[in-house]
Write a protein that binds this ligand. Structure first.
Ligand code: HEC
Length: 196
């Protein structure tokens, strides 16, 4: 490459880079609702695939391994809810170094096996109730927590595989034991900070 060509291509690269930066800096290019919906689509698809293709197949269908909360001691598969939480914790940690990436998410239920997964804020309680009573609909609201304003979205978490239902129905700490395939068993809460 001769000098002129290099200068031209570098110029183009800089122009593209600054255009991308400008777009990102504009901030509102992706509305928060669309961002939450997209994040949820990825989370829910990964969760469904892990449950159907790994847990349900190996535990319930082929019966070659168990899934257990104590997966290390039991040499068992990680539960779908643990898989989800480990991902959420890693996202939290990694996003601390990314000033433009700011959101958190969790898996909760009005009938939690683990009481730490019960809703805490009013928006979480209202949202979980709404998605359980209005199948196929999501819940969107805004809430102020610790003086900061957030966009909060709640999506139904559904019993997509027989193993979801059987494990919860027979778990000793489960407050509900009559889940059926396709029932809403809880919800995913996604929270994104917004300017007030
Ligand atoms: C082998 C057992 C097992 C399977 C399979 C399983 N769960 Fe769970 N689930 C649990 C346990 C145990 C917890 C609590 C885990 C924790 O928080 O450490 C939990 C947590 C949850 C929570 C959070 C609220 C709560 O109950 O603590 C939801 C919602 C949930 N599961 C729904 C599902 C759905 C939907 C599926 C299928 C896609 C599924 N579970 C598959 C055992 C299971």
């Amino acid at each position: 490459m001769n000098k002129t060509k290099l200068a031209v291509s570098m110029g183009t690269a800089i122009a593209i880079a600054s255009a991308t930066t400008t777009l990102n800096a504009a901030g509102d290019m992706v509305p928060v609702k669309a961002m939450a919906d997209a994040l949820h689509l990825v989370m829910d698809s990964d969760r469904t695939i892990y449950t159907r293709k790994i847990v349900n197949r190996l535990v319930k269908k082929d019966k070659v391994i168990k899934a257990s909360e104590h997966f290390e001691d039991d040499k068992a598969l990680v539960l779908p809810a643990q898989m989800f939480r480990f991902g959420a914790e890693l996202v939290q940690k990694r996003s601390e170094k990314l000033p433009d990436v700011n959101f958190s998410y969790s898996l909760q239920s009005l009938w939690p096996v683990n009481r730490q997964n019960a809703p805490k804020t009013k928006a979480e309680k209202d949202g979980l109730k709404f998605v359980a009573e209005n199948k196929g609909k999501n819940y969107y609201t805004e809430e102020t927590l610790g003086g900061k304003k957030y966009f909060t979205a709640v999506y139904a978490d559904t019993g997509v595989a027989p193993v979801c239902v059987s494990c919860h129905n027979k778990h000793k700490d489960s407050p509900k034991r009559d889940f059926k395939l396709g029932d809403v068993m809880g919800g995913v809460v996604i929270r994104i900070p917004i300017d007030g």
